[in-house]
Design a protein around this ligand. Structure first.
Ligand SMILES: NC(=O)c1ccc[n+]([C@@H]2O[C@H](COP(=O)([O-])OP(=O)(O)OC[C@H]3O[C@@H](n4cnc5c(N)ncnc54)[C@H](OP(=O)(O)O)[C@@H]3O)[C@@H](O)[C@H]2O)c1
Length: 293
């Protein structure tokens, strides 16, 4: 039995359909099973929440492999980014060790470090440390920006592209190697098949091109066939504006400063898409994926 967390997310939903197509038995730890759509009848469901570690114990019963994707890039009413991305992973790993899980697959992020300026990438660094110290086989994936047509972030950009000018937070100079969620899911499937007995593996998930934040926005505008001048909004203004918006709207805010700040720090792999290709996956260019959508 494989336990998948984050099955309703961008990578998780693509991964789940692949695992089921391979005939794997999957249990999903979810907050709301309805968000699994039609897949919910094909999996075992464990109701749980990252902020509720006792829910992990039931979910882990009889499980040999955990794929832990669930995470958040904004605070939730029941847990902060640090609790959701850092402490919850720590607790999940501890629970997995106690239940005799053999293999733990974890999604960290490129750039994760305890010194990173973003809360999310600091929390991911602590989580990655917990996985590295655990007494089980581990596979860590560190992706750059993950995207898919219709995802929340691209949908937000699509809406902003309706304005006469396209706002970009800050100077837009941070650089990324965007990877399509379907390519990321293919990498996970390939890593699960590859049973070479190695105790710890780490793969960096980078797409085939390096693009700045500004270049990504231009790529999105081209795919939408909308020609708009870019308006670079000074970072302190974006930070203040989004903090006010979050204070006013709470969880319904369309964007938060913690999310926007993630586009201020580069997420690059030194060896490009080599790890992706080593797993037998040929990563697609962002422009090709968006134009085909
Ligand atoms: N997307 C990127 O650019 C990127 C970059 C680097 C690393 N990563 C990492 O890659 C992994 C997958 O990312 P993704 O983009 O697929 O994530 P995503 O689309 O944001 O999905 C997040 C998932 O986590 C679940 N989740 C959130 N809060 C939860 C909670 N309190 N309890 C239980 N489940 C909860 C969500 O479930 P609900 O349906 O209940 O909300 C959803 O299934 C994550 O670990 C992420 O940090 C992503």
């Amino acid at each position: 039995m494989l336990l998948l967390t984050g099955a309703t997310g961008l990578v998780g939903s693509n991964l789940l359909s692949r695992l089921l197509a391979e005939g794997r038995q999957v249990r999903c730890l979810v907050r709301d099973p309805r968000r699994l759509g039609t897949q919910r009848v094909r999996v075992q469901i464990a109701l749980g929440d990252l902020t509720d570690p006792p829910s992990f114990r039931n979910a882990l019963r009889g499980v040999d492999t955990v794929v832990h994707l669930a995470a958040a890039i904004r605070d939730q009413p029941r847990g902060s980014i640090e609790e959701l991305d850092g402490i919850a992973t720590w607790r999940m790993v501890e629970a997995a060790e106690r239940q005799g899980v053999e293999r733990f697959v974890f999604f960290s992020a490129l750039g994760a470090s305890t010194h990173n300026r973003t809360r999310c990438l600091r929390a991911k660094a602590l989580a990655e440390q917990a996985v590295a110290e655990a007494d089980l086989h581990s596979i860590v994936f560190a992706p750059s920006l993950v995207y898919a047509p219709g995802d929340q972030w691209l949908t937000l950009l699509e809406r902003l592209a309706l304005l006469p000018v396209m706002p970009v937070s800050g100077r837009g100079r941070a650089r990324f190697q965007p990877i399509w969620a379907e390519d990321a899911a293919d990498c996970v499937v390939a890593s699960l098949r590859d049973s070479d007995g190695e105790r710890r593996r780490r793969y960096e998930l980078a797409g085939p091109e390096t693009l700045s934040h500004t270049e990504i926005v231009r790529t999105v505008l081209r795919a939408l066939r909308r020609n708009r001048p870019l308006l670079h909004v000074p970072t302190p203004l974006v930070s203040r504006g989004l903090r006010l918006l979050e204070a006013a709207m709470g969880p319904r805010a369309p964007a938060t400063w913690d999310e926007a700040e993630l586009m201020e720090v580069s997420m690059l792999s030194r060896h490009g898409s080599a790890d992706v290709e080593a797993l037998g996956v040929v990563p697609q260019r962002m422009s090709a994926v968006l134009e085909a959508a």
